[in-house]
Design a protein. Structure first.
Length: 350
């Protein structure tokens, strides 16, 4: 199906293409912001500051000193405060609370950014059923992502363990779903805009584009395990770790498979190997795209290679600097852009 025919299958022909496409690109920007703020929330150890999930009333922050004290008292009951932050002041608590509250508020705002324009366009009969179904899926996944977020946070609130951080497994699940939602949003926006036709791309290019997209998604999950195990604060040398290629601590956990997900040194090593693999694949992608002679594939391949190269360099800088918050946030933001670049290339080559 050509881009033009696909566009007409999603929206009613007329002047709706531009506003619907702009709206969907705005949704994509909001989703990137959500991922970046989520990364900042993790880097500042703010994620456990709000110990309850109140989807509606939770949108209102504490408005007076008494309300702040009440929230602080709840925080004092969890292991993170007792074992790590027992000397924290109320002012310090307000800082981490605002990060987590802002992250949750942004999620609520995104829901309205999707829902309200969708209802307006639907009322004007400018959205056809296929696009409507895709948008409903996007909304449903957004709601599910909110539930996943609470599932993640609840893993660090105590209960059966004295964990002072959220589960790395749940953090990776939350991150993986965020990227899936981001990918659906961008793909839908490109479908509506229908200007990224590359002609008929060779089957090998299409297959390589999808493999590369899967690699980038998997690399993001490996990064989530680094964040979840605080693996960015150890072995802050490059290219070697502990003086060798493979860190000595790699296999210290039993059974062995746990090292990939629970061992900070192993998680960082796997993320490094993933980065090398993604970088090599980006070079191959750009080379293959260039040989096709198709302008949009050439441009898309070079853009992906540039983004990946920048991300590799930023990752090394972040590691050597022992993951300062500004660099950590920048690394997560550029990672989201790499994923978007991979999605766009896969779309062009489809």
């Amino acid at each position: 199906m050509s881009d033009v025919s696909k566009n007409s299958a999603l929206i009613t022909p007329g002047n709706a293409t531009r506003p619907i496409a702009i709206w969907l690109f705005i949704v994509t920007v909001f989703l990137v912001a959500m991922i970046v703020v989520g990364g900042a929330t993790r880097l500042t150890d703010s994620g456990l500051s709000i110990t309850e999930w109140k989807p509606i009333t939770g949108a209102i922050p504490p408005l007076n000193q008494e309300a702040w004290q009440a929230e602080f008292s709840k925080y004092k009951q969890i292991p993170e405060y007792k074992l790590q932050n027992s000397t924290m002041s109320l002012e310090d608590f307000k800082t981490i609370y605002r990060w987590e509250w802002g992250h949750r508020l942004l999620g609520r705002i995104i829901g309205f950014v999707v829902l309200i324009p969708m209802l307006v366009f639907a009322a004007r009969r400018q959205i056809k059923a296929p696009l409507g179904r895709r948008l409903m899926i996007l909304l449903a996944l957004g709601g599910f992502q909110g539930a996943l977020g609470w599932w993640m946070v609840s893993s660090g609130l105590g209960g059966l363990s004295d964990r002072i951080d959220v589960s790395a497994y749940r953090l990776a699940t939350h991150m993986g779903m965020a990227l899936i939602i981001l990918g659906i949003s961008l793909w839908t926006a490109l479908d509506v805009r229908a200007k990224d036709a590359a002609g008929i791309a060779p089957q090998g290019v299409r297959r390589l584009a999808l493999i590369f997209l899967a690699l980038v998604w998997g690399q993001a999950l490996l990064g989530a395990f680094v964040a979840g195990t605080d693996g960015g604060y150890i072995n802050n040398t490059w290219p070697l770790m502990d003086g060798g290629f493979v860190p000595e601590a790699y296999g210290r956990l039993s059974p062995f498979w746990r090292n990939m997900f629970e061992n900070p040194a192993a998680a960082q090593f796997d993320h490094r190997i993933g980065a090398y693999l993604v970088f090599a694949s980006a070079i191959m992608l750009a080379f293959v795209a260039w040989r096709t002679g198709t302008p949009r594939l050439k441009q898309g391949g070079l853009l992906v290679l540039a983004l990946v190269s920048g991300q590799v360099l930023l990752g090394i800088w972040t590691l050597l600097a022992v993951t300062p918050i500004p660099l950590g946030i920048a690394h997560q933001a550029l990672g989201a852009m790499v994923f978007l670049g991979a999605v766009r290339f896969a779309y062009i080559a489809r």
